[in-house]
Ligand binder design. Structure first.
Ligand code: LA6
Ligand code: MN
Ligand code: MN
Ligand code: MN
Length: 512
């Protein structure tokens, strides 16, 4: 613990340089006009029509009526039901695929659609499930082969290509919705009312996101961290994207705001620890957060850290205040300690760097699962999206349980793959990511099927979604830091391009 300030001769310090590009400006938000209200009216009309077609208890009914019927159905339907049920926390055995096995360990299936569906289902497997592992081996091999020979159905080919790139279970739900609307639209047999409602729903939510982002970016600009700390990345839009990926439903606007600012602050502070700060300064900053003492910070920190500390201090206070006001529950220490955990992990890495120490792989991974901010982000999502906060669940999250450790390791590996220019054997790593996903799914499934588990279904979903956003963000390199074109195009389309609607006359004819 530091009792006096080390000499901080800031002028004499030679600092490292970052070569991150500047952030995208927020032009699109200012010019976008929101159509929220007109979309909502049209959607209300369609909802009535669609309600009568869709049975809202559809999964529940499938699950309860299943027992013997599994065997009789085709592989496509079985795989689809298996995946959807598992994704929604139902307990389904891998044995449902037994009747599709052949003598050589393969699967009896002669259509591409069935193989694709089984491939997607295989990603919902748990540790030790040999049938599912074989299903994955079998289908991924066949999909790759079929891709080249299946000339007659280009749409199906496109789906397979995308599935091989990343399976559905690893993709962000909202991006998938956007993509699937296009797929469905091309189908010959489709329900126009359903399609139109999906588009409207998408556009309505998008208009809401735009309002939110406008508001949050006003906050961010007002704080001026982008200009004051010009060495650091200012990543508000991509940070919003992470938040939206974790909690996309309209009622979670506050949570998206808190997550966005949290991610943007993490990114700035990460650059202080990785690039700009001296070791003495970093010790001081960590210390100031540990004490949570604004007077200490004012007296001891160099100017550039002061502004950052203030921003963090005020933001955390604001969130704690909000929760106190809403729920009479004081979470200040909780949030502060989550931040401290992150900064301590950042500091360990900084010490390694400055002391030229090369950690062992195990040492590295243990710390890296913290420095990726998975625990902080998960707890922040929980606190900002849950009312009432359940003490037992929160304590569980704070204890850094397996589910957070494994999801954070995946997040870390993906980040390292995306942000490191070193040659890494992608094949090996992606297989280990698959194994880790199974570990995550083990915990999620255990939690879903145990009434006494402290984890709720929705908290599990936050955790899975964080991993899904990282799959997206690092798929083509470093989407967050470098903001490569491919990733940004897809992210921006989701946030700023409404889906064109069919004209109303046509709608009236087809959906009557
Ligand atoms: C990302 O940048 C960053 F700042 C992290 C702490 C990872 C978590 C992801 C966010 C906040 P970088 P590092 C989006 O790749 O230094 O520089 O931990 O993180 O690898
Ligand atoms: Mn970094
Ligand atoms: Mn770092
Ligand atoms: Mn990185």
């Amino acid at each position: 613990m530091l009792c006096h300030a080390p000499s901080l001769d800031t002028a004499a310090v030679v600092r490292r340089q970052s070569n991150y590009p500047i952030s995208f400006n927020l032009g699109p938000i200012d010019v976008v006009c929101t159509h929220g209200e007109s979309y909502k009216k049209q959607a209300e009309n369609l909802k009535g029509k669609v309600k009568t077609m869709i049975n809202e208890n559809i999964l529940h009914n499938i699950y309860n009526n299943k027992d013997d019927k599994w065997k009789n159905e085709n592989l496509y339907a079985t795989s689809l039901e298996f995946r959807l049920l598992r994704q929604h926390g139902y307990n389904v055995s891998q044995e449902v695929f037994s009747s599709f096995r052949d003598k050589n360990g393969g699967f009896i299936c002669n259509d591409f659609k069935g193989i694709l569906s089984l491939y997607e289902a295989s990603y919902c497997s748990l540790e030790g499930e040999s049938i599912m592992e074989e299903a994955w081996q079998f289908t991924s091999k066949h999909l790759k082969q079929c891709l080249n020979s299946n000339k007659d159905d280009e749409d199906l080919n496109e789906q397979a290509r995308r599935a091989l790139e990343l399976p559905l279970h690893w993709r962000m739900p909202r991006l998938e919705a956007r993509w699937f609307i296009n797929v469905y639209e091309k189908r010959k047999e489709k329900n126009h009312a359903l399609l139109e409602l999906a588009k409207l729903d998408f556009n309505i939510l998008q208009a809401t996101y735009q309002e939110e982002l406008k508001d949050i970016s006003g906050w961010w600009k007002d704080k001026g961290l982008g200009e004051k700390l010009s060495f650091a990345r200012s990543r508000l839009v991509t940070s919003f994207f992470w938040g939206m990926g974790m909690v996309f439903e309209p009622q979670f606007a506050y949570s998206r705001r808190v997550l966005t600012i949290t991610l943007a602050l993490i990114t700035v502070i990460d650059d202080i620890y990785d690039i700009y700060g001296t070791l003495d300064e970093l010790e001081l900053f960590t210390n100031a957060v540990e004490r949570w003492d604004i007077n200490f910070a004012i007296k001891q920190l160099p100017d550039y850290m002061k502004i950052c500390f203030f921003a963090l201090y005020n933001f955390v206070s604001e969130v704690a205040y909000y929760i106190l006001k809403q729920q009479d529950s004081d979470q200040l220490l909780r949030i502060k300690n989550s931040w401290l955990g992150l900064l301590q992990a950042f500091l360990v890495e900084a010490k390694w760097y400055h002391n030229k120490y090369a950690p062992t792989l195990e040492e590295y991974l243990k710390n890296a699962a913290l420095s990726i901010a998975g625990p902080l982000i998960t707890i922040t999502a929980y606190l900002s999206a849950t009312d009432p906060i359940v003490e037992k669940e929160l304590e569980y999250l704070e204890s850094n349980p397996d589910v957070i450790q494994w999801s954070s390791r995946i997040f870390r590996l993906l980040d390292d793959l995306g942000t490191s220019s070193d040659e890494i054997q992608r094949g090996d790593v992606s297989k280990s990511i698959q194994q880790m996903w199974k570990k995550v799914m083990m915990d999620v499934s255990r939690a879903s099927n145990n009434k006494d588990s402290p984890l709720s279904q929705i908290t599990n979903e936050f955790i899975l979604n964080l991993v899904r956003v990282s799959h997206f963000m690092y798929l083509h390199g470093d989407g967050h830091g470098v903001q490569n074109q491919e990733t940004m195009d897809e992210a921006f389309a989701l946030l700023f391009q409404p889906i064109p609607l069919e004209d109303n006359k046509h709608m009236a004819l087809t959906s009557a």
